[in-house]
Design a protein around this ligand. Structure first.
Ligand SMILES: [Zn+2]
Length: 425
């Protein structure tokens, strides 16, 4: 249901923002890429930079997307829950759910050192390993492991007798060559005893997994990103718009489901993804089209590969740009969720990302191309990610005059579907 106002299409080029690269003559991959389609949007639209989170914070994709959708991170469950939802796993009430992965380790003077965090082994090997570590019990807490994909799974903790808490450290330090981290309760939390019991159960489980996985192609289950169920207001009730997300990434599919969005688990074909996007613009008021590929390429290849990938995406979205240029009822925004440096060891980094907004209601500026440098001179200035949805709703005429309240569920939405005062009580 599109409802009142224009349709909003938010295209997220995951991790597309980058740092200048000497092999690209000091340009970033996005600046160096030949992107005639994105340049058309920038040229006819307005540009700016955006600090998605607190300036300088290197965000993960799930947290960055939650902020871009207008949510505070305190409303969003830990990533363990989002990943589990991405694989359609149930999240029992009062459970604690962690993301987990198989890793290789070697014994060290104290503890174990992680030698391979991204074990590339056959699915059958992982399924055999999973069968060895799928059920465990510690002091009234049941721990289960469910295999999902690659070398990954979900570890869920449940207890009838013991309150649990996700306020615990990760066993996975997210870096090869470091020791396994002992799961510990975080300090300064709501329920210290629950966090302590949860951490103790996770510690016992990680130790037990090492015993169970002897003579296997993987040595240990590492847990991270513990989460508990939360009840965020749905996207529809926050913004007054029916919403759909098109992404191949399970964790983002899980975020979409958590926010009550329709979710299309699209495949790797860019053409199919773009075609599906054009279809959904007929029925949904807000559509999020996600390209995880720039981030993935940046993690594995030099800056020139990311430049090339961005050129491929640019060519693929031509039908969307054509549609944007001819459809006065469509507002299109293009941005990245975070910066992913394609050189160096950091996972993501905290520089602001470029943002372009195109639509009939959008003021224009002098920017003619997409990129970090051009965006820094754009008419939007520097936005915060948490404001993006309101900026887009404004361009789509989906914001009511501030202070007015027309409907109880989304008071700031200019709905025409009014509950009338009946002539008769
Ligand atoms: Zn990302």
């Amino acid at each position: 249901m599109r409802g009142t106002g224009r349709t909003v299409l938010l295209i997220v080029l995951d991790g597309a923002a980058d740092r200048p690269a000497s092999e690209l003559d000091g340009q970033t991959p996005l600046e160096a890429a030949e992107t005639p389609q994105l340049d058309r949007l920038a040229s006819a639209g307005i540009s700016g930079l955006m600090d998605v989170g607190r300036p300088g914070t290197p965000l993960s994709s799930d947290r960055a997307h939650a902020i871009l959708f207008g949510y505070d991170l305190t409303e969003i469950p830990g990533r363990g829950v989002l990943e589990a939802r991405g694989f359609d796993l149930p999240i029992p009430e009062d459970s604690c759910v962690c993301s987990a992965s198989f890793a290789r380790i070697e014994t060290a003077i104290r503890g174990w050192t992680i030698t391979d965090r991204k074990v590339k082994t056959a699915r059958e090997d992982c399924e055999r390993a999973a069968a060895r570590v799928d059920r465990f019990e510690h002091c009234g807490i049941d721990v289960s492991f469910t295999y999902t994909w690659k070398n990954r799974g979900i570890v869920a903790l449940e207890s009838d007798t013991q309150p649990l808490s996700a306020a615990v450290t990760d066993a996975d330090p997210f870096e090869t060559g470091l020791p396994i981290v002992r799961p510990q309760a975080l300090e300064d939390v709501e329920n210290p005893p629950a966090a302590k019991e949860t951490a103790d159960a996770l510690e016992a489980y990680v130790r037990w997994s090492i015993e169970q996985l002897t003579e296997m192609p993987v040595d240990v289950v590492l847990t991270k990103w513990a989460g508990e169920r939360t009840s965020p207001r749905s996207f529809r009730k926050r913004h007054g718009m029916s919403a759909r997300m098109l992404t191949p990434k399970p964790v983002l599919q899980g975020l979409g489901r958590t926010l009550g969005m329709a979710v299309d688990g699209v495949g790797s074909s860019y053409t199919a993804r773009v075609d599906r996007t054009l279809e959904t613009l007929e029925s949904d008021a807000f559509v999020n089209l996600h390209f995880p590929e720039p981030d993935e390429v940046a993690h594995a290849h030099p800056p020139s590969a990311k430049r090339d990938e961005l050129e491929t995406i640019d060519a693929a979205i031509e039908p969307i740009v054509e549609r944007a240029r001819s459809d006065s009822d469509l507002v299109v925004a293009v941005t990245a969720d975070h910066t992913t440096p394609s050189r160096g060891d950091v996972v993501h980094s905290g520089e602001p990302v470029p943002l372009v907004i195109h639509g009939e209601t959008v003021r224009t500026d002098e920017v003619r191309t997409i990129g970090e440098r051009p965006a820094s001179t754009g008419g939007l200035g520097q936005l915060r990610g948490r404001d993006l949805m309101y900026v887009l709703r404004a361009r789509a005429d989906r914001m009511l005059l501030d202070g007015l309240r027309r409907a109880p569920d989304v008071p700031d939405y200019p709905t025409k579907e009014i509950t009338p005062l009946d002539r008769e009580r």
